[in-house]
Design a protein around this ligand. Structure first.
Ligand code: ZN
Length: 394
């Protein structure tokens, strides 16, 4: 991730996608283009940095001897775009490495602090985390070295020389900045991988790495404030913003670990509900409607043949059939059949189940043991449990 002037960093973090749990995040991305089957998206905050970068590069190129204003601004805009292309290359290296390890990648998002790869899940092993993290800075360092070498073949102070030379150095800065061991920067993830392989404990490793990350983020903020007080330029403010961003990202990782820990002591059976609505296979949509319309909340019903689960019918399934056909449409025809259902086993961990329920956007799922229905597990019960655990007791 990242780059920029001698004083400021420009993080392009790579992170794990939480967008399925946090829909507001995934909706703000607009697609720019698609490469290797990965969507490159941008957030509107990206325009802020595009603008600031072009201005700053304009300043930088104005110092080149004998350039016309047209040359200066063309170089500034082209270089800004090429810089973000380098950020995309950096992120693509993370994403392609993750995909090679069988972890799916949603997209790469460009935003005010750089870029982030939205990767489906946490790595399963320390070395996998190491490989996915280290490849980004290495890619930037190699790309930077090649560009600096390429610049040497150009006439000094010509337009191609200035652009290539600057891009080369900025990629080297990007690679080095990302190696700072402040989680969630790449270097912090490398640190977490090392702690993870030493302690064999992912939670502990995340906690340690996130705390080191918070420390480094605070140093960024203090350094930025000192620079502003010394009468420095915008670099100090930029430093404070980056520190703030890193601090909240490290905090969020800590919260994630707390959620995981809060749910770790429970299994599905601890909060399973034995009560659920059921319908016989022969009943129709009107029967289902009558069943739920007297209730406070519209819940899915299990469609059963004796004690065999055939499928689940949910209120949203009613919408697909015109009202006048409800009387003549068997629930079996409108339900989600058993082989497509998301289900849980009584011994499954609540954390896994919560991820499944959230990913499929369901309010409850049936619990099956040896093919028999043991009850249902409700999303609101899991969230209530979490709430009770994470709220300090008075
Ligand atoms: Zn990176």
């Amino acid at each position: 991730m990242s780059n920029q002037r001698q004083t400021s960093g420009f993080p392009a973090a790579w992170g794990y996608d939480k967008s399925r749990e946090n829909h507001s995040m995934s909706q703000s991305g607009r697609r720019l283009f698609r490469i290797f089957g990965i969507n490159i998206e941008f957030d509107y905050s990206w325009f802020i940095i595009l603008f600031l970068f072009s201005l700053w590069l304009g300043d930088y190129f104005r110092a080149q001897p004998g350039w016309t204003p047209a040359q200066v601004w063309t170089a500034a805009v082209v270089t800004t775009l090429l810089f973000f292309a380098s950020v995309v290359v950096h992120e693509l290296s993370h994403s392609l490495m993750a995909r090679a390890r069988g972890i799916s990648v949603h997209s790469i998002r460009l935003f005010v602090f750089g870029g982030v790869s939205q990767i489906e899940s946490e790595p399963r092993q320390a070395w996998e985390e190491f490989a996915i993290s280290i490849v980004g800075p290495l890619t930037s360092l190699i790309l930077g070295a090649l560009l600096v070498l390429a610049a040497r073949t150009q006439t000094p102070h010509s337009l191609p020389w200035a652009v290539t030379y600057w891009l080369g150095w900025i990629n080297i800065v990007l690679g080095l900045f990302n190696l700072i061991p402040g989680f969630p920067l790449d270097g912090g993830r490398v640190l977490r991988a090392a702690l993870w392989s030493l302690s064999h404990n992912f939670d502990k490793a995340t906690r340690w790495a996130a705390n080191v990350g918070k420390g480094i983020a605070i140093l960024f903020i203090l350094y930025g404030i000192a620079q502003v007080l010394r009468g420095g330029d915008l670099g100090g403010i930029w430093m404070v913003l980056i520190g703030w961003f890193l601090l909240s990202a490290a905090d969020q990782s800590l919260r994630q670990v707390k959620i995981q820990n809060a749910l770790a002591d429970y299994t599905v059976r601890d909060i399973a509900s034995p009560f659920y609505n059921r319908l016989a296979a022969g009943e129709n949509l009107e029967d289902y409607f009558n069943q739920i319309s007297g209730q406070h909340e519209y819940r899915p019903s299990l469609v059963m043949d004796d004690d065999q689960l055939l499928g689940v019918i949910a209120p949203s399934d009613l919408r697909r059939t015109p009202r006048e056909q409800w009387n003549s449409t068997p629930v079996r025809q409108a339900m989600t059949p058993r082989d497509q259902l998301t289900t849980a086993g009584p011994r499954e961990s609540l954390h896994e189940v919560l991820k499944k329920i959230v990913a499929a956007n369901l309010s409850q799922i049936p619990i099956l043991q040896d093919g028999k229905v043991q009850g249902v597990i409700r999303r609101d019960r899991i969230l209530q449990l979490l709430h009770d655990h994470l709220t300090p007791q008075p």
